[in-house]
Every structure is written in structure tokens, then in C-alpha cells.
Design a protein around this ligand. Structure first.
Ligand code: SAM
Length: 851
């Protein structure tokens, strides 16, 4: 073991196909222990370690429970994340066992022939081979075309630029400063490496079937060794992680390529073989520990001493092993610009019919430019699904012997797998996938079999919910995001401060070059939010998850990196659409434009489709012609257009109209009183913004093969590639920019309009004039409705209003504006006069269900 902790993985995150967004270092947390050297661990008492394992498992369970909690108003969220009811608890075992019995190839170590279904369901021990459903789904060992360099799939020039290294002029000084601890941590500098050939497959490394054990089995084995008092805890862990796993993989190697590899393999013959070798070597200490385990296997019939199949893996085949920081192999694959990659993921989701069952592909990685590159941060996706080299067979470990990192070799960035410590002959090559998923199903499906003492239980980490979202929900609601967008559209220029903040976050010409000013200004504002979240989040995580302080800080750092990554992906998607529409993205106009006073009058008072015109049309079937004509002529008299202060006059006219219709006779079908309230709210709204839609575009097809869909769906869809074309709607860019933190949303514009109901766009006036024949509970407008509306306005101004009430909303409004938005724009509370009137005006009508 080297004495220094392994270098921080840089610029590399593994993606879970389709639904996940990955975070480097986000459960890195795990981490603190992970980074502890073995000698440090040895100092920890056995009891403390047990507690630690329990803590990990309870965190795992807590995280999955947290995800059941109600989500915010974020309509862009991945729908699957909150749907599942399954948890990593004993209760899941029931269905698992059903599945286990179906696995005909499972070899059962039981001498008494009892089936695994005998396992007790209400057992809550933390050891034993108890797996959730997904581990029992066979790992997919897909076939790929072997390549020996990156293959760029689209936008070849742009992708090449993104992969091109640009060292800062003062690189050498910066590097020295960083080594001395003086350089900013954010400014990861490119790691320049000399070219080295990869380890030869079939010679220095071999590809073979590999097995692993879950955390419960690890604990079970520890427990079975308990009586060996001259074995320290460290020795026991080493025995499991090193001796046992190596012998296991040696013993099962012959299954490779046979097609009859069992899903489960008993540990008994592995322990017996270790015992035999130890006897030959006169290593009686090991013999004793093996016998202790074998005795336990014999006596503890209810416990499962088994290993599970991980699929193919890569194993060190060099007698003298590999040294530390040794280059193993590049992670090769097809390189996608992120917009194209996410188009493909949209296509995959649509073909999977948004099914919540996880697919099992796990073969792509983000190649991220280091933030300290002279041209700044950016990213592309390397997909090893169809074209790859053996690196894509390397399995995950929570205590890996390698890391995947972005290095600068011969002027180009590449993802390289490097050893982080010495690797012995026969040891499996692993790295930490550092991957997170927004989907609880995926997370639970990915039970980790690395067998290490610090195993996190899943080789994915769950995010997009719980504590990680708290700051975003509280400080970056839909109105806050619109405020940033409106400000950026209105200034439509980039200030020194903007460039400074973007630069400090590592965003430079590579990501921002050629974008319109309003978009760069918006990005700078988002970066400021991301920075403030980074400061606030550790405290929130600490309170919410009861983590240790250092863990909370590392997690917050992971969220910070994820946010920047999402911003970069969003900009790439939007840039692509703007390029399709305008040729030059710089020509894309700001998507939100403030209405001039004249335009506001036209929108509310006298234009085509104005509020007043709609009101007159909707009320026509319900009132006498005389009354209607009289009202129309009075409305003409109250036209505010000629006034010197149009907006003041408009407010006066609207308040006049409010009182005029408020006292017209109501029925349950015709709620003039409710319409009057809405006119009142409009009268007090100061700012309105036109949504400037672009053209809708359909991009060239992406091809999705059965392999991309995972085994479950590929069978349903049959052979051959599927063509998917994505259509970007008129308001796609605005929607994606407002939901910049989410990538799994196929139609962010639709989400935007759903999220804007009530808080950004007020209800249709037609909501209150119905053609229904009978009164209904859904159409009430009584004191309770008003209280609810006021509650939303005052206490939850950024949340959309529910659909199942009297209000209806346009599915694609052309204009945004509300007193709630005004309050956010002016950084004030809501207009007190407006609220006071709504609270105190006397009721004029009560329908049957009104309460
Ligand atoms: C990139 S592939 C690795 C190669 C794969 N075993 C194969 O046969 O192609 C990732 C998949 O390997 C399996 N895998 C990798 N690491 C694992 C781990 N620590 N525990 C369980 N399964 C693992 C999972 O099925 C995962 O989806």
C-alpha cells in the first residue's frame, strides 16, 4: 500500500444508460473511510467497524426511503425516481426468492437440498446473501466491435475541439502551486501524461467471468471468523477481499465462454481450496480460519455462503503484478456530443415506453475537460456499448485498485484507467464507477458485489432527491429561475463580473464561445446560484442526513460538480437547436421580452384574444343581450390607451370592470364573482413577458439497436435498428434553460407550462363560465377555494396551482406575468392591497358545494 491517498478522480464519471446523471465524488463520501489506509482501519475496533457497517446500511435504507417523500414543483423531474415502492429491506426478499427459483442454472451448495425459499422473511440481520431482485437478473455480457481509437459519432469538428488540450500559459507555475497546495481546488489542471501502450489482452491482462460477494456475505464471513482471536479485523478483511476473491475468480475462470456460467456459486469449495493450499504451504493460521468458516457453513444452515456472477471482468495476468500509477488501458468507445447522446436517450425511453424497470446497460462515461484547461470545462460522452475495447469489461469496486481519469496525452484528452496501488497477479482490475442515478429502481437494481469492507451496497448512488435538492427547492424555484432569465434577456450583454464568475467556475471559450450574450449572462447567473448552493448545502445535508461534516462537504462538492455538468449539457442541447434554427446560435433572440404598456393594454383590454374579449365571449351565453351590450359600450369608454400613464389607467379600468361584473347575478355555471377576483389579480400585476418562441425543428435520426434497449425490451422489439427523430418544440430552448438541472426531460417546454400554472400564468377567465349541466365539487369557488389560492400566493408562490379545481390554464401560454413574479422581480412581498381586498371583500354568491 502506498502512503498517499489516491488522487481525486478527475473529469470522469460513469453514466448509467439513459436515466442517470452522474456525479463525480458524490458518495465519495463513503469515502472518508475509503481513503483511510488499511493501517488506519486496523486501529478501529471491531465494534466500531460493525457500527460503521450498520451505519452504511441504514444510510442506504434511509436514502431509499427518502425518495418516497413528496417532490417539489419541479415538473421536469424524472418520473421514475419517486414511483417505486421497493426498498433494500428484508421485505423485498419475498419476490426475490420467487425469481431465484426460476434460475435453472443456479447451483445450490445445500447438501440437504433445501431450496432458498426456506429463508425467513422477517429476518433483519445484516449478513447473509440476501439480494434485491436485480442482482438476480443475469449481467449482460454484450458483444462489441473492438476499436483501438475513439470513433466520433456526430459534429466531428466540435467534438475534436472539445477533446483538444489547451494548456494555460502559466501551466508549469500553476502545477507547482497546486502541488504546494496553493492553487484553487476547482481549477483542476490538465494531467499531462506521456503516451504508454495499453496492457496487452490475453497476456498482461485477461478477460474472464468474475464473481463477487455482497456486503451481507462480507459480514457473514467476518462473523464466521469471529472465534479466530489472533486474526485482527484488518487481517479478516484482507482475507475476504484479497485471498478469498482472488481464489474465487481463479476457481470459476473455466466457466468463461462456456455459456453455462451459474448465477450463484458456493463459497465452500473456494474456502476448501484455500485451506488445501495453506496446508501445502504449512500456513496453519490460514488453515485455522478456513476451518472456522467451513464449520460455520456446516452449522449455520440458514445462512447462504455464496458468490454472485458479475459477468465478464478483467484480471491481472502478469506474474509480477502492476505497479502504482501504472497505465492499464484507455476507455474507448463512440464519442457523442451531449445533445446527440441525450436525443438517443430520449429515443430509448420512448421505445421502452418509459417503463420503470431498469435496463441493464452500463457502458458510457463522461469525458470532462478539466476546468483548469485554458479553454475551460466541457464534456462529451464516450459510449462503449457497440464499439469498445476491453476496458468496458472492468467492474466497479468501492475500494478499487484503479481509477478512470481524464489525462492529456499527445495534445488530446482521453479517459485512461490507471492503477492507484500495486495490483497482484490474479487480482481483478476495478475502478469506482462514481456514478449516480436519479432512479431508485436503478439504484436498487445495482447491488454491489465488490466485496470490499467499505462497500456502499450499490454501485450507483442515488441523487436528485432528499437533502441534495433542498437548497434548489428553496432558493431556485421556477420564479427565481425566471427572474434570472428575465434579467439576462433584458441586459442582453455580458458584464466583467459575469466573465469573472464563469471563469472562476472553469467555464470558458470551449463551452460558451459563439453563444448569444443573453445566454452567457444567464449562465453566469446560474453559476452564481450554483456557488451559493455549494456554500449552503453542507449544513442542509448535515441536518437532513446526519452525515459527518467532512462527508457532507464532499457530497455538496459532488452536487456542485453535477450542477456544472448539467449546465454544460443544457448549453450544448440549446446551442444545437439554435444552430438548427438560426444557423449561427448568436442570432437566437432572447426568449422572454417585457411587454410595453401598449402591449399590456392589448393583452388585457382590447387586443384580439385579450382578457376582456375572452370575458365577454365566455359570459355571453349567461347574460342578457342588453346587459352585455351595455357592458361592452362601458368597456369602450374605459379604454386606457389614450392616457398619459397607460398602466395606471389600465389598473383603474380593470378595477372598475371588477366591480361592474362582480354584482351581476351568478349561477353555479356562471361565476362572475370569481371572474371579478381574477380581474382584480390581473389589475395588480405589474410586469408581463411575451414568450418568444423559435421555430420547431426535427433533427436527423438517431439509430437505436436492441442492445441499447436492454435485454428485456430488445426481445419485444425484435432485431434491427430503430430510427428515432426528436422534434424540438417552439419553446424547447426556454424550457430546457429553465429546467437546466434536469436532463431526463424529453419535453421541458411542456414541463415549463405545467409548472407555470397559476404562479407565472394566471388562470383563463373562461374557467368561471361553464357549460356543465350540474354543479360539481370540482367547480366550487367558496371561501375554502379563496383561502387555498391565497395560501399558494402568499406561502408557496413558486408552486403551480392544482389542475383539479375550478381554474383552467392554457396549455401553452404566450405571456407570463403574476403578482408572485412581480414580488420576486422586485424582491418584495406580494402587494398587500391586493391580498387585503381578496381577504376582506364580502361574498356575493354561494353555490351548492361552496364552503
Ligand atoms: C461496464 S459493465 C462491466 C462488464 C460486465 N461485467 C460485462 O460482462 O460486460 C458493468 C456491469 O457489470 C456488472 N458489474 C460491474 N461491477 C459490479 C459490481 N461491483 N457489482 C455487481 N455487478 C457489477 C453489472 O452487471 C454492471 O451493469
Amino acid at each position: 500500500m502506498g502512503t498517499s491517498s489516491p488522487p481525486k478522480p478527475r473529469g470522469i464519471t460513469r453514466r448509467r444508460c439513459g436515466r442517470s446523471v452522474t456525479i463525480a465524488q458524490i458518495l465519495k463520501p463513503s469515502s472518508r473511510q475509503q481513503r483511510q489506509s488499511f493501517s488506519e482501519i486496523a486501529k478501529v475496533t471491531e465494534y466500531a467497524s460493525d457500527l460503521e457497517i450498520r451505519r452504511r446500511l441504514s444510510i442506504l435504507n434511509k436514502k431509499s426511503m427518502d425518495s418516497d417523500s413528496e417532490t417539489s414543483d419541479d415538473f421536469g423531474g424524472s418520473p421514475e425516481s419517486s414511483r417505486s415502492e421497493s426498498k433494500i429491506t428484508v421485505s423485498d426478499t419475498k419476490s426475490d426468492l420467487g425469481l431465484q427459483q426460476d434460475q435453472s442454472v443456479i447451483s445450490n451448495s445445500r447438501e440437504d437440498g433445501s431450496s432458498m425459499a426456506d429463508e425467513s422473511f422477517d429476518d433483519d440481520r445484516e449478513w447473509g446473501a440476501r439480494m434485491t431482485k436485480a442482482n438476480l437478473v443475469p449481467p449482460v455480457t454484450r458483444k462489441y466491435e473492438v476499436i483501438d481509437q475513439y470513433v466520433i459519432v456526430a459534429d466531428e469538428d466540435a467534438v475534436r475541439r472539445k477533446m483538444q488540450v489547451s494548456l494555460p500559459e502559466d501551466y508549469a507555475e500553476k502545477l507547482t502551486a497546486q502541488r504546494n497546495g496553493a492553487e484553487e481546488v476547482d481549477m483542476e489542471l490538465p494531467e499531462v501524461k506521456d503516451y504508454k501502450p495499453r496492457k496487452k489482452l490475453g497476456d498482461e491482462v485477461i478477460k474472464q467471468e468474475v464473481y463477487g460477494i455482497d456486503p451481507y456475505t462480507h459480514n457473514l464471513l467476518l462473523d464466521s471468523m469471529a472465534e479466530e482471536s489472533d486474526w485482527s479485523l484488518l487481517d479478516k478483511h484482507l482475507f475476504i477481499e484479497d485471498v478469498l476473491l482472488r481464489s474465487l475468480n481463479k476457481q470459476i475462470r473455466h466457466f468463461t465462454g462456456t455459456g453455462i456460467t451459474p448465477m450463484i456459486y458456493p463459497l465452500q469449495p473456494v474456502i476448501e481450496e484455500i485451506e488445501r493450499t495453506a496446508e501445502d504451504d504449512h500456513d496453519f493460521r490460514t488453515v485455522r480460519v478456513c476451518r472456522a468458516i467451513l464449520r460455520a457453513i456446516d452449522s449455520r444452515r440458514e445462512d447462504k455462503y455464496v458468490a454472485y456472477r458479475k459477468g465478464l471482468g478483467v484480471v491481472c495476468n502478469k506474474q509480477e503484478g502492476f505497479g502504482e500509477d501504472d497505465f492499464v488501458v484507455e476507455f474507448l468507445g463512440e464519442v457523442y456530443p451531449t445533445w446527440k447522446w441525450f436525443e438517443k436517450q430520449d429515443g430509448i425511453r420512448s421505445l421502452q415506453k418509459n417503463n420503470k424497470d431498469p435496463a441493464l446497460e452500463f457502458d458510457s462515461i463522461y469525458l470532462e475537460r478539466p476546468k483548469g484547461d485554458a479553454d475551460g470545462y466541457d464534456l462529451v460522452v464516450v459510449d462503449a456499448m457497440h464499439k469498445a475495447n476491453y476496458s468496458s469489461r472492468i467492474c466497479h469496486s468501492c475500494r478499487p485498485n484503479c481509477e478512470a481519469k481524464v489525462t492529456a496525452v499527445d495534445g488530446r484528452y482521453q479517459v485512461g484507467i490507471y492503477s492507484v496501488r500495486k495490483i497482484q497477479y490474479g487480482e481483478e482490475i476495478t475502478f469506482d464507477y462514481n456514478s449516480v442515478s436519479e432512479s431508485k429502481e436503478e439504484y436498487e437494481a445495482s447491488v454491489c458485489l465488490c466485496g470490499s469492507q467499505v462497500c456502499r451496497g450499490s454501485y450507483l448512488n442515488l441523487t436528485g432527491e432528499g437533502a441534495f435538492q433542498k437548497v434548489l427547492e428553496e432558493w431556485h424555484g421556477i420564479l427565481d429561475r425566471h427572474q434570472l432569465m428575465i434579467e439576462s434577456c433584458e441586459v442582453n450583454s455580458v458584464s466583467e463580473e459575469d466573465y469573472y464568475d464563469l471563469g472562476r467556475a472553469g467555464l470558458g471559450s470551449c463551452l460558451l464561445g459563439g453563444l448569444p450574450a443573453w445566454l452567457i449572462a444567464y449562465s453566469a447567473r446560474l453559476v452564481r446560484f450554483i456557488n451559493s448552493e455549494r456554500t449552503k448545502l453542507p449544513v442542509v445535508i448535515l441536518t437532513h442526513n446526519l452525515e459527518e461534516k467532512s462527508d457532507a462537504e464532499v457530497q455538496a462538492e459532488g452536487v456542485y460538480n453535477q450542477r456544472l455538468r448539467n449546465l454544460a449539457v443544457t448549453l450544448d442541447k440549446v446551442r444545437y437547436v439554435m444552430r438548427c434554427i438560426f444557423g449561427d446560435p448568436k442570432k437566437a433572440p432572447p426568449p422572454l421580452v417585457r411587454l410595453s404598456p401598449k402591449e399590456v393594454v392589448s393583452f388585457l383590454w382590447k387586443g384580439e384574444g385579450s382578457l376582456v374579449e375572452e370575458l365577454l365571449q365566455c359570459m355571453a351565453p349567461h347574460v342578457d343581450d342588453n346587459v352585455l351590450n351595455d357592458l361592452k359600450s362601458k368597456i369602450l369608454d374605459h379604454d386606457p390607451s389614450g392616457s398619459d400613464d397607460i398602466l395606471k389607467e389600465l389598473k383603474r379600468s380593470l378595477l372598475w370592470l371588477r366591480d361592474e361584473i362582480r354584482y351581476l347575478p351568478c349561477t353555479y355555471k356562471c361565476r362572475h364573482d370569481a371572474a371579478a377576483d381574477l380581474i382584480h389579480v390581473y389589475a395588480y400585476t405589474k410586469c408581463f413577458f411575451k414568450i418568444q418562441g423559435y421555430k420547431s425543428v426535427t433533427s436527423p435520426p438517431v439509430y437505436i439497436s436492441p442492445l441499447d434497449l436492454g435485454p428485456k425490451f430488445s426481445k419485444k422489439l425484435g432485431p434491427g435498428s430503430h430510427e428515432y427523430r426528436k422534434t424540438y418544440g417552439e419553446n424547447y430552448c426556454l424550457g430546457q434553460l429553465i429546467f437546466w438541472q434536469i436532463q431526463t426531460n424529453t419535453e421541458p417546454d411542456g414541463s415549463l407550462f405545467r409548472a407555470s400554472r397559476g404562479c407565472l400564468s394566471l388562470p383563463d377567465i373562461g374557467s368561471f363560465y361553464a357549460e356543465v349541466q350540474k354543479p360539481s365539487r370540482q367547480r366550487v369557488y367558496g371561501p375554502k377555494t379563496i383561502r387555498f389560492m391565497l395560501g399558494r400566493m402568499e406561502k408557496q408562490p413558486q408552486r403551480p396551482w392544482p389542475k383539479d379545481r375550478i381554474w383552467s390554464f392554457s396549455s401553452s401560454p404566450k405571456v407570463f406575468g403574476s403578482p408572485m413574479l412581480d414580488a420576486v422581480l422586485n424582491n418584495t412581498v406580494m402587494d398587500r392591497e391586493m391580498v387585503h381586498w381578496l381577504k376582506n371583500r364580502p361574498p356575493v354568491f354561494q353555490a351548492m358545494w361552496d364552503r
